[in-house]
Design a protein. Structure first.
Length: 411
C-alpha cells in the first residue's frame, strides 16, 4: 500500500514483526507459546469509545488482524480500560493484566518497573521510527534506551481563538493578544503553567534520564514576574475547571488553550471563526520567549506475561499500524501520529495545530516516576499567583522555593 508516495509499513511491520524480548530480559518467550498456530485467546484493554457499537474501531481492527494472521484462531476478550487508567489497573496484578493494552506515555516508567510492558522487536522499532517524529519516539523510549509501545496519537495542548477578534499575525504573540482581547488560560493547572518557563527541561532531552531531573531556566524569577503581571491584566481570565471553554461559548473570551478534545465544542461556538494555532511567544525583559506545552502520546503495548506473547506483540504493533490509525481517524477523529497520513488530515485545522505544536512548541512530558513530583507543587504555585500570594516583590523567594521543591536551576 502506498500513501503519499511512501510505503505504509504499519501493516507490514505489524504482520512481520519478530518476537520482541520480554521486559524481564528473557528472549525465549516463544518457547511453549501456542501462538505459533492453533486456537489462542488475546485479552485487550481499550477505551469505551473504541468499543461502542457492533462495528466499533476495535472490532474492525481485530477483524483486520485476523485476516492478516490466518494462522491464528483468536478468541478476543475485550475489557474497558482507558489509556489514562492502564497503569493503575496493571499495578493490582501485572501478571493478570491484559495481553495488549493502550496507555498514556507518561505511565511508561511505572509500567517498565512493574515488568508489565514488552520491549519492541526490530521490525516494530523500525515501524515507530518511520511513522513518527522524534518526540513521539522519545515518548516510548525507556531509560534503558529501548522502545516500548507503538504511538497512535499525540496528547498535548495548543491554542483556539476567535478569528473575528485576532488576525493570523496577532496570535503569534501572547502580548498582542492580551492587548486586543480576552485570553483564558488555566494558570492553576499543573499541566499548563510549565508552558511559560521556556527552557524548562524534564529529565533530559529525551525525558528518560533520571539523573538529569527537572531543570528550570535561569530567568525563572523574571518569568514568574511576567505571570504576576499577566494575572493582574483585566484581559487575562484564569480558566479554572475548564471555565475558558464556557467563556468561549458565551463570547466573554477570545482565546482558549486546550487540546483536540475541545475542538467540537469550540467549533460549535465559533463556527467559521474558529482559529487554531500552535503556541505564541511572549516577551520578558525584552527577550522573546516561546510558550511550550507538555506533550506525550497514547500508545499500544503488549504484556510480556501474556500466554501468547508473540501474537500479543504482533497485535500491539497492528493497533498502531498505518491502517489502524487511518481507521481511528475516520471512525473517531483520533488524530494520527503517522506522518504518511498527512494528506488525510490536510484540511483539518485542529490536526495541523496539534502537529505544529508537537514539532515546534512542545516539550516531552517524561514517563519517569520522578515526574510525579511536578504536579502538586506546580498547581500550588499557579494558585498562589492567581490569588496574589506571589507578587513582584517576593517572586524570587517564591520561585526559588518552588524550584527547589521539584528540581534545580540550569547552570
Amino acid at each position: 500500500m502506498m500513501i503519499n508516495g511512501k510505503k505504509a509499513i504499519g501493516l507490514a511491520a505489524a504482520t512481520a514483526m519478530l518476537l520482541p524480548l520480554a521486559a524481564c530480559g528473557s528472549d525465549n518467550a516463544a518457547e511453549g507459546d501456542s501462538s505459533d498456530g492453533g486456537a489462542i485467546t488475546l485479552s485487550v484493554w481499550a477505551p469505551q469509545e473504541d468499543q461502542d457499537g457492533d462495528n466499533s474501531w476495535l472490532s474492525q481492527v481485530e477483524k483486520g488482524f485476523e485476516k492478516a494472521h490466518p494462522e491464528y484462531k483468536i478468541t478476543w476478550k475485550n475489557d474497558v480500560v482507558s489509556e489514562g487508567d492502564a497503569s493503575k489497573q496493571v499495578q493490582t496484578d501485572p501478571s493478570a493484566a491484559a495481553d495488549v493494552y493502550m496507555f498514556a506515555s507518561d505511565q511508561l516508567g511505572t509500567l517498565i518497573k512493574l515488568g508489565a510492558i514488552g520491549e519492541l522487536g526490530t521490525d516494530a522499532a523500525a515501524q515507530i521510527k518511520e511513522q513518527n517524529g522524534d518526540l513521539e519516539v522519545d515518548s516510548v523510549t525507556g531509560s534503558d534506551g529501548k522502545y516500548y509501545g507503538v504511538p497512535y496519537t499525540d496528547n498535548t495542548w495548543f491554542m483556539y481563538y476567535n478569528k473575528a477578534k485576532y488576525t493570523d499575525d496577532d496570535v503569534k504573540s501572547l502580548d498582542t493578544m492580551l492587548s486586543k482581547g480576552v485570553v483564558a488560560f488555566p494558570l492553576v493547572d499543573s499541566w499548563y503553567i510549565g508552558g511559560f518557563y521556556d527552557g524548562l527541561s524534564l529529565f533530559g532531552e529525551k525525558g528518560n534520564d533520571e539523573s538529569a531531573g527537572m531543570v528550570f531556566p535561569k530567568d525563572a524569577t523574571d518569568i514568574t514576574k511576567y505571570l504576576v503581571d499577566m494575572a493582574a491584566n483585566p484581559n487575562f481570565h484564569n480558566s479554572a475547571d475548564n471555565s475558558g471553554l464556557s467563556e468561549i461559548q458565551a463570547g466573554t473570551a477570545d482565546a482558549f488553550f486546550s487540546g483536540s478534545w475541545s475542538a467540537e465544542n469550540i467549533k460549535e461556538a465559533l463556527g467559521d471563526n474558529m482559529g487554531v494555532a500552535q503556541l505564541p511567544t511572549f516577551t520578558v525583559n525584552g527577550q522573546t520567549k516561546q510558550m511550550k506545552s507538555f506533550a506525550a502520546t497514547k500508545a499500544a503495548a503488549y504484556n510480556p506475561n501474556a500466554k501468547n506473547p508473540k501474537a500479543a506483540a504482533q497485535f500491539a504493533a497492528y493497533l498502531g499500524s498505518t491502517e489502524a490509525q487511518k481507521l481511528h481517524y475516520e471512525t473517531r477523529g483520533i488524530i494520527p501520529t503517522d506522518k504518511s497520513l498527512s494528506d488525510l488530515t490536510a484540511d483539518d485545522a485542529v490536526a495541523k495545530a496539534q502537529s505544529d505544536a508537537m514539532a515546534n512548541t512542545a516539550i516531552l512530558q517524561s514517563g519517569l516516576a520522578g515526574m510525579n513530583d511536578w504536579w502538586t507543587p506546580a498547581e500550588t504555585f499557579g494558585k498562589a499567583i492567581v490569588n496574589k500570594e506571589v507578587t513582584a516583590d517576593n517572586a524570587a523567594e517564591k520561585t526559588d522555593a518552588w524550584v527547589k521543591s521539584v528540581g534545580s536551576y540550569a547552570e
